[in-house]
Design a protein around this ligand. Structure first.
Ligand code: SF4
Length: 578
């Protein structure tokens, strides 16, 4: 994994491929690498859909190895949604395959002439690019069927649906899972729109004939991996809650805690929560011949994913994630699991961020365009995005655009990106992360639910401002480091609670790369990623005033706790002071 491949889609004679060593990016992977490339090579003031922006794909430091849980791919660029730096990562097979092909990163550069529909094919023999107009307008599912017929079902596909082709700001990038369903998405920030702007519809990765990456010290690596896997299996969250019920195990927990936002962030509890909970969903999946426990890529130990069949027992979508269940469910007043699964399928097919779409449909409901709980109306709105109708294009442009179009204040966003499934008043640590993350409102950037609600890694009272700054800071640093390893973020539960599991992660990196990193080095890596990202955003025009929640969160108390967001602006400004 010592090669960076660049594809200049704007070269005068058609896309030009160049390969180079990792150079000054040596030792970086995943988010550390994508954010470093964007920080160094993308002018912060450029238009996100213009030729100066770059779209960077990078597997993590441990991707493509035998290390359990190491298959996340990082996607970086300047975001069309936030106007700042963006790192969105996804599971699925892409990272493992790209790493085994020997690539530390794939970078799409320039802007194409005309309106091409490029298909990039990468295998051990090299890289081929063709302009295949027959793929134009296909949803991700139909597209992957075509690619499967051409290349077989052992490849990994990275692709965009119609939303990416239309360059809409909520467009995602799909990665295929082990069954070659396009269900794992780099969802946030409009990364799919940037891929569309490069004229690239799909990237097919084929690692046939490529060996698994081998460690510098195989014995130490094997021993560390054993402790690592045992640690993940023994923790109650990574070895119990997540595999049994998926991320949707959180619905009952967060609803109970009063942070399960309902009807465009009006209240913190949903009367229909039990009908859409992880427990209900897992039982439904099992009864219909689907799977309640499933890994999204080779080597996943936790297996929080699942397979959701329709009422006839036919595959419909993957197990909808907690954030999707909340966004299209409680936040829209919908308590029908089949409707939520249908919306999840539509989002994946058209290539849309489910969080942004749930928030956006709820805004249209709040504005009175359709009523809360209107299942047919919600489906119709998402279908309109796929068809590219004028209303669909507004919806597909996200929460801010839709709130403006409908003339309402209540857009729950930070830096232009919709908030996920945790109320920042009932879980104040999440409010700090939403406000200050370099990514805009992003739960994964610093998941304070751990200490606020789950009592993992200590306890900080979720309803009070005390201790939230330090909690969010430490989590944001740790997350930036984890996102650089290629590890799925869900390892954090075991790593935060079990010192020997945290040490095993460091041992894995050291044994694989022949290093002697300490915990302090990992912290330093996380800090350096955040500094790169903060500097980019500053140069793009962000100020401390952008590190704030919308004012209605400090004005409107939310039931059942009747609390407002209490963390002071001056304290938010200290998150990155270390
Ligand atoms: S834990 Fe879940 S999200 Fe993470 S790699 Fe496994 S299936 Fe994918």
């Amino acid at each position: 994994m010592d090669t960076i491949v660049r594809i200049d889609v704007g070269a005068s004679k058609g896309p030009k491929v160049t390969k180079e060593g990792v150079g000054s990016y040596a030792g970086l992977g995943g988010r550390a690498l994508t954010s470093a490339v964007v920080s160094k090579e993308v002018p912060p003031l450029c238009h996100p859909l213009g030729p100066e922006n770059k779209l960077v794909f990078a597997p993590g430091l441990l991707s493509g190895t035998a290390a359990g849980q190491s298959g996340r791919i990082s996607v970086g660029c300047k975001s069309p949604l936030t106007g700042g730096i963006k790192e969105a990562n996804a599971g699925g097979q892409a990272a493992q395959v790209m790493a085994r092909l020997g690539y530390a990163a794939l970078i799409l550069e320039g802007a194409p002439m005309g309106n091409p529909c490029y298909l990039v094919h990468i295998d051990k023999n090299g890289i081929k690019i063709e302009d295949d107009q027959s793929l134009k307008g296909l949803g991700n599912y139909a597209l992957v069927e075509v690619l499967k017929k051409r290349y077989g079902d052992k490849v990994a596909c990275i692709s965009i649906g119609q939303a990416g082709e239309m360059r809409l700001a909520a467009a995602s990038i799909a990665c295929t899972d082990m069954e070659m369903h396009p269900t794992r998405h780099a969802g946030r920030g409009g990364v799919g729109a940037v891929m569309g702007a490069k004229g690239v519809k799909a990237i097919v990765l084929d690692d046939e004939g490529c060996a698994m990456r081998s460690p510098k010290d195989p014995e130490k690596f094997k021993a560390a991996n054993k402790v690592w896997v045992e640690g993940l299996r023994k923790h109650p969250v990574t070895g119990g809650g997540l595999p049994n019920f998926g991320t949707n195990v959180l619905t009952n927990i967060i609803n109970e805690a009063g942070g399960f936002l309902t009807r465009n962030f009006r209240t913190g509890q949903f009367e229909g929560a039990s009908k859409i909970s992880g427990e209900t969903c897992a039982a439904l999946e099992t009864n219909r011949g689907g799977l309640a426990t499933h890994g999204c890529h080779r080597g996943c130990i936790i297996q929080c994913s699942g397979i959701y069949n329709d009422e006839h027992g036919n595959f419909l979508t993957k197990q909808p994630e907690y954030e999707t269940v909340w966004a299209h469910g409680a936040n829209c007043g919908i308590d029908d699991m089949d409707v939520i699964a249908r919306l999840d399928r539509l989002d994946d097919d058209i290539g849309l961020d489910t969080i942004e779409m749930g928030a956006t449909v709820a805004i249209a409901m709040d504005a009175g365009y359709i009523p809360f709980g209107d299942t047919a109306g919600a489906i119709r709105l998402i279908e309109e995005v796929g068809k590219g109708t004028p209303l669909g294009r507004i919806i597909g442009s996200g929460a801010v655009a839709t709130a403006k179009a409908f003339g309402i204040e209540r857009a729950p966003v930070v830096k232009g990106q919709a908030m996920p499934a945790y109320d920042p008043r009932a879980i104040q640590g999440m409010g700090v992360t939403y406000a200050t993350s370099t990514m805009g409102a992003d739960h994964t950037a610093g998941y304070a639910v751990t200490a606020n609600i789950l009592k993992v890694g200590g306890f900080v009272d979720p309803l009070k401002p005390d201790g939230q700054i330090e909690l969010s800071r430490n989590l944001q640093i740790a997350t930036a480091a984890i996102d650089s390893t290629g590890m799925c973020l869900f390892i954090a539960f075991a790593v935060l609670d079990q010192p020997e599991t945290f040490q095993a992660l460091i041992d894995l990196i050291n044994a694989f790369h022949g290093l002697s990193l300490t915990a302090d080095d990992v912290t330093a890596l996380g800090k350096s990623v955040l500094v790169n990202e903060r500097n980019f955003n500053k140069a793009a025009g962000f100020t401390k005033e952008d590190d704030r929640l919308p004012t209605y969160f400090t004005r409107e108390a939310i039931a059942p706790h009747n609390v407002t967001f209490k963390v002071k602006d001056a304290d938010l400004d200290k998150v990155f002071e270390w």
